[in-house]
Design a protein around this ligand. Structure first.
Ligand SMILES: O=C(O)c1ccc[n+]([C@@H]2O[C@H](COP(=O)([O-])O)[C@@H](O)[C@H]2O)c1
Ligand SMILES: Cc1cc2nc[nH]c2cc1C
Length: 334
């Protein structure tokens, strides 16, 4: 099963299965019988019931979590929108491959496999103030990298990214999809100064003015980057396989948002792992109706916030699937 065009991709996403409502109802009933006051595990209870529907079983477990990191380079960096030079993208990919980045430690901490996909780093996207960042063919190729990266046997997926300049891309996508002013969506990213922030705001305004009328997947092509398209492809593939996804920060969520705008319910299998310190991330999660699990002031990307939320999701399933019921434990009900 694959796709050769954006309409094909959208059709596959639109045809993705719904969660197993019987498994979800059975999980909700089980949750009501576990040895705790009703609702006392708070959000963990919702997470477990939600997960059960996607996993298709009343008592789901996480045994094969998969972290997938995508990297891409952005032509728009020539405008001076990042605090770091674009060569950091390839340098950080080497760091991921040698096990030296934060995401290596966080994946290990969560018991997850981790893979890195560097996509055409020697061929940055076009500067989106001048032309579409990617042609449809380039965008489809990147979507396919993400689609093919998801292991069918994974029981939960984390997608993350590395790409100097990509908060500018994410801000432009968010502005094009949800409106508002460029300032609503622009932040300091890796730490630009006031002059850099002013450039970034202008660049986002120009990008939205030039490409903002496109449809959601057209916006992904014209304002996104290869790592954003790959994240969208992986999230879509997980949706077709009914594998739950933990979303990461602002860039990951902006990529995901293009799917939500293209197809209703496309992100129903996604939970927001955290809210980033990039202020626009909270705004974007609000627009998508997603409540973050963690709020730790992270602004790293590379899947870090989602990988940190993974042990929380695991804990929710451990309680849900392995606790005794009132009847089993001989505990009196209230
Ligand atoms: O995930 C986030 O919310 C996040 C917020 C700020 C920065 N980042 C990371 O920093 C890089 C983009 O920042 P910038 O300033 O180059 O646009 C990219 O590699 C992201 O992984 C990530
Ligand atoms: C060093 C560095 C590490 C990163 N990881 C994700 N984005 C990043 C940006 C920089 C600059």
């Amino acid at each position: 099963m694959t796709f050769a065009s954006l309409p094909d991709f959208k059709s596959l996403l639109g045809a993705a299965p719904q969660p197993d409502m019987d498994a979800r109802s059975a999980a909700a009933a089980r949750n009501g019988q576990l040895t705790k006051p009703q609702g006392s595990l708070g959000r963990l209870e919702d997470i477990a019931t939600w997960f059960a529907g996607w996993a298709g079983t009343e008592r789901p477990r996480i045994e094969r979590p998969q972290v997938i990191i995508f990297a891409g380079n952005h032509g728009v960096t020539a405008q001076g929108v990042s605090a770091f030079p674009p060569e950091v993208t390839v340098q950080m990919v080497a760091n991921f491959e040698h096990g030296g980045a934060a995401i290596n430690q966080l994946s290990k901490n969560a018991g997850a496999s981790m893979s890195v996909h560097a996509i055409d780093l020697d061929r940055p996207t076009a500067d989106f103030t001048q032309a579409p960042a990617m042609s449809e063919a380039e965008c489809v190729a990147a979507l396919r990298v993400g689609w093919n990266a998801v292991e069918a046997g994974a029981d939960v997926v984390v997608v993350g990214e590395m790409g100097i300049g990509n908060t500018t891309s994410a801000a432009a996508i968010a502005g094009a999809l949800f409106g508002g002013t460029p300032a609503d969506w622009v932040g300091r990213g890796t730490g630009v100064d006031d002059a850099g922030l002013a450039i970034k705001t202008r660049v986002v305004a120009e990008g939205v003015a030039r490409h903002g009328e496109l449809d959601p997947l057209g916006i992904l092509c014209a304002l996104g980057g290869r790592e954003l398209a790959a994240m969208a492809g992986a999230i879509a593939r997980a949706r077709t396989l009914r594998i739950p996804v933990i979303l990461d920060g602002f860039i990951c969520t902006a990529a995901a948002a293009t799917l939500a705008k293209a197809v209703d319910g496309a992100l129903d299998h996604c939970v927001a792992g955290h809210v980033s310190a990039e202020a626009a991330h909270g705004r974007l999660l609000g627009a998508l109706g997603k409540e973050p699990i963690l709020s730790l002031g992270l602004r790293l990307g590379e899947g870090s916030g989602a990988a940190l939320a993974l042990p929380i999701v695991k804990a929710a399933l451990a309680c849900h699937s392995d606790m005794a019921t009132f009847a089993q434990a001989g505990v009196s009900t209230g």
